[in-house]
Design a protein around this ligand. Structure first.
Ligand code: GLP
Length: 254
């Protein structure tokens, strides 16, 4: 039994799990259900430390013949400005290593926002158009930043924002510095799907684990949607599930 408690609030479902592995297994179930519903599903994917065990579980399930992601089309949430797909800390490299290559996805159907372009603002708009041309995302995976950001939509991002170039807050730069050798190497800008882009996905699953996320999760779920907490706009989505371990759920009024 992976879920210890389910709370339903209108269109919002909160699954509270005993530990991080159980939470990742629930999210892996959601991804597998999306691909069972439609083997050619368009999946919105996330990076960061939190989803790593999810990708491991998806690979294991595919190797056992329980799921097949090879015909999926994917769109990632974000990429650092200034990092090419070959850069080892780019989100493109993360996705290749953790999922695309071992899952044998067709590179023509895996998409990330551009990190480098002659006109990065125009390239960001092209990414939004590409998602539109594919008729949108069927299932979107999200993590959450300590300050409540989703993708790289920092506090102050508008709920109808679209894919664009953003400045990262110092908080986020500090959190990301663990992946880089020197502080000067940590990118200060990113291209991110907007909150409006994310809200157009047909179903959304947000995964948060650990006590560091408890404050952001509580702000997202317990208060009215506001610019202060980008994840709070998810309350307005028709089909969203927050999957939490006990620690990340620690700030919720239950
Ligand atoms: C980055 C990513 C987000 C991710 C967040 C949390 O800022 N852009 O998509 O949700 O980090 O990452 P972690 O899972 O490592 O805590």
């Amino acid at each position: 039994m992976n879920v210890s408690r389910i709370i339903r609030r209108g269109n919002l479902t909160i699954c509270i799990c005993d530990n991080a592995a159980a939470a990742a297994a629930v999210v892996a179930d959601h991804a597998c259900n999306a691909i069972l519903d439609d083997p050619k599903a368009k999946l919105g994917l996330a990076t960061g430390g939190t989803p790593v065990p999810v990708y491991e579980m998806l690979l294991e399930r595919q190797s056992k013949g329980l799921a097949d992601f090879r015909n999926a089309t994917t769109f990632n949430l974000d990429e650092y400005v200034g990092l090419s797909p070959e850069h080892p800390q780019s989100f493109a490299a993360y996705m290749r290593d953790n999922f695309f290559t071992p899952a044998e996805l067709n590179p023509d159907r895996t998409h990330l926002p551009p990190g480098i372009a002659d006109d990065i603002e125009a390239a960001a708009r092209d990414y939004e158009d590409l998602i539109e041309r594919h008729s949108g995302i069927d299932w979107q995976l999200l993590g959450i930043g300590n300050n409540g950001h989703i993708a790289f939509n920092e506090p102050g991002s508008l709920p109808n924002s679209r894919t664009r170039v953003v400045n990262l807050t110092q908080d986020t730069v500090n959190a990301n510095s663990r992946f880089f050798e020197a502080d000067e190497e940590v990118p200060r800008r990113a291209v991110t799907m907007g909150i409006g882009t994310i809200l157009r996905a047909r179903a959304i699953t947000l995964l948060a684990v650990g006590p560091n996320k408890a404050g952001a999760v509580a702000a997202a779920l317990e208060r009215k949607p506001s610019l202060e907490c980008p994840a709070s706009w998810l309350q307005q989505h028709a089909d969203v599930t927050f999957v939490l371990d006990d620690a990340a759920a620690g700030g919720l009024c239950r």
